[in-house]
Write a protein that binds this ligand. Structure first.
Ligand code: ATP
Length: 580
């Protein structure tokens, strides 16, 4: 438990002093509470002795009153303090997690499901922080108050103090055993929650495809199975969850009965007075009540610990290392030098011993069969993950030495899947260059052939993507993505042949936009149709993770190799389409 507390303190970061102050206030309040209970001994003595010592009783009651008010004030300050700090800690932890998501390799991120990330960022952080303030103070209350009452009882009559501990030899091991059961169960519940969140996100995002492919039944069955599993685990969890507190409550009551028996025995022997036994029974209640409460808290602790585990797992993914000296980029030619790369958890190489040089401001096309490694090359240039052997250099600098922000500034990416945020069109374009003026954005949109269709939207540039939903065509979304790239004006442009899935009219608009974008840039385009690569400076033919041919279109045709036969096949199929 103390270890959890220490880990919790690590997470709280810069708010540690505030939380420690809250804890200190709580300790003082708990000591006062312990003293209040101890006052029952002299109070009962005074009340039950004949004649009643009225003055003593009033003084004691006055003392009670003052201490209760002081304790209340301290607790109020402490709660106020810890709740306020907790909400700040939640905010800070979420920012830290968001920063971590920004720094870790995209490869690690793409392996986690978005629903799972959501559970960590919102659910786990809330669980952790919601309890951070109140829980620590409650733990102190449940430890400090019984401890003080025990010490005072010990001072009055050691036999009674020992009697207070009667239930402990059974209670402690029982508690430990039950806690391990509950913890295992909570871990199952957390895993089931994360699984459900991922399935729900997957289901919602995939609905259009599922409807179109009439697979909705299969997927909804999977979702239902996950929901059913979650329900079963939750029911099991709830049933198991109440067991420790019921058992502990029973043990505690057995302890109180044993104490009464022992007290009665001492009275019969004449070694204990009746007022003392009354006072002891009142104190025994206060002694045992917090202990039962501790059992409830223990399961909350377990919940927190599981949240902590998940947060720590995300925080412990190492960021892509930057080898010193972190360098800025001044030239933008790209070199792959005997690069081999394997995706995490894969045995097959996605790229094997790949070497090429792309001069600055040249246009290179990547072609070849599906799975050949084209996308992997573009991903590696943006440092999606680090390669296992070889080196990737931009302007002669190994990208592992380049300041990651500088690397990102040098690249524009236009891929087929265009992600638009639920914000205005204006802001969706602006994210490429946050300090751009509205006029800059409009100029970029005009150059990307977007201005026309944007001004036709209900609120023009202020239209929110969420409000028009799927109303933008694929070509329009791509042109917004090109407008972003225009605005960013990065010296390297990575394109995943964006025109392949478009109708002719859109294709012309997108192609025009691309032509304006790529002027004076180092461009790499993944091409699916060879007709679009004829004018490229260099064509790399990739198959099975290797560059099997490279050269210009006429050079490759002259080689009469793989490219030449692919070209012949595509020409023929085009001929068939025209003829039919
Ligand atoms: N995220 C990933 N995790 C594991 N393996 C991957 C991942 N992405 C690609 N691969 C594997 O790496 C190899 C190269 O894939 P890549 O996507 O680069 O090919 P491609 O030429 O772009 O194919 P396509 O034209 O179909 O997009 C393939 O064997 C593929 O299965």
């Amino acid at each position: 438990m103390f270890q959890t507390y220490r880990r919790m303190m690590t997470v709280t970061g810069s708010y540690r002093p505030q939380l420690q102050t809250a804890l200190l206030l709580s300790v003082i309040a708990s000591i006062i509470q312990g003293i209040i209970f101890a006052l029952f001994f002299p109070l009962f003595s005074a009340l039950l002795t004949q004649p009643i010592d009225a003055q003593r009783v009033w003084i004691l009651l006055g003392g009670f009153g003052v201490l209760v008010v002081i304790e209340g004030l301290l607790r109020w300050r402490e709660l106020d303090f810890s709740w306020l700090t907790s909400s700040k800690v939640a905010h800070e932890t979420r920012l830290k997690l968001a920063e971590q998501l920004r720094r870790i390799p995209l490869q690690d991120l793409s392996r986690r499901r978005s629903g799972d990330l959501n559970v960590v960022m919102s659910g786990n952080v809330s669980e952790l922080v919601m309890w951070i303030g109140s829980l620590a103070t409650l733990v102190i209350q449940t430890i400090v108050v019984p401890l003080i009452t025990f010490l005072i009882t010990l001072w009055i009559d050691w036999r009674l103090a020992v009697a207070l501990l009667v239930a402990f030899p059974i209670a402690v091991p029982t508690y430990r055993y039950m806690r391990s059961l509950v913890k295992a169960m909570l871990r199952d519940v957390a895993a089931a929650d994360a699984e459900t969140a991922s399935r729900v996100v997957e289901y919602a995002q995939g609905l259009p495809v599922l409807r179109a492919t009439q697979q909705i039944g299969v997927r909804s069955q999977r979702l239902q199975t996950t929901l059913e599993r979650q329900r079963q685990i939750q029911v099991k969890g709830q049933r198991l969850g109440v067991l420790p507190s019921i058992t502990m409550a029973t043990l505690v009551e057995v302890g109180v009965v044993a104490l009464m028996g022992l007290g009665t025995l001492f009275i019969l022997q004449g070694s204990l007075s009746i007022p003392m036994l009354f006072a002891l029974l009142v104190i025994a209640m206060r002694f045992t009540e917090p202990l039962t409460q501790l059992i409830h808290l223990a399961s909350v602790f377990d919940l927190m610990e599981i949240g902590l585990e998940r947060i720590e797992a995300l925080m412990s993914i190492p960021a892509l290392p930057v080898q010193p000296p972190a360098t800025q980029l001044t030239r933008f030619d790209i070199t792959f030098d005997q690069v081999s790369f394997r995706y995490a958890d894969q045995t097959e190489w996605a790229l094997q011993d790949v070497s090429f040089h792309l001069p600055a401001r040249s246009l290179t096309a990547l072609v070849g069969p599906s799975g050949g490694g084209k996308t992997t090359i573009t991903r590696l240039i943006s440092r999606f993950a680090d390669i296992q052997t070889g080196a990737i250099r931009i302007g002669g600098v190994d990208i592992r030495q380049v300041d990651p922000a500088a690397l990102m500034r040098s690249l524009s990416v236009v891929f087929q899947d265009v992600y638009l945020f639920d914000d205005t069109i204006l802001n969706n374009i602006r994210m490429a260059k946050p300090d751009a003026t509205d006029a800059d954005i409009e100029a970029a949109a005009r150059a990307a052939n977007c201005h026309e269709f944007i001004t036709r939207l209900p609120d023009g540039y202020e239209t929110r993507i969420g409000d028009i939903g799927g109303a933008l065509s694929g070509g329009e979304r791509q042109r917004i993505s090109i407008a972003r790239a225009m605005l960013k004006n990065a010296p390297i442009v990575l394109l995943d042949e964006p025109t392949s899935a478009l109708d002719t009219e859109s294709e012309v608009a997108v192609q025009e936009a691309i032509n304006r974008l790529v002027v004076d840039k180092t461009v790499i385009v993944i091409a699916h149709r060879l007709s679009t690569v004829v004018g490229s400076d260099l064509i790399l033919v990739l198959a099975d993770g290797q560059v099997i041919e490279q050269g210009s279109h006429p050079e490759l045709l002259a080689q009469q190799g793989r490219y030449a036969s692919m070209w012949t096949v595509q020409q023929q199929s085009q001929g068939w389409r025209i003829a039919s």
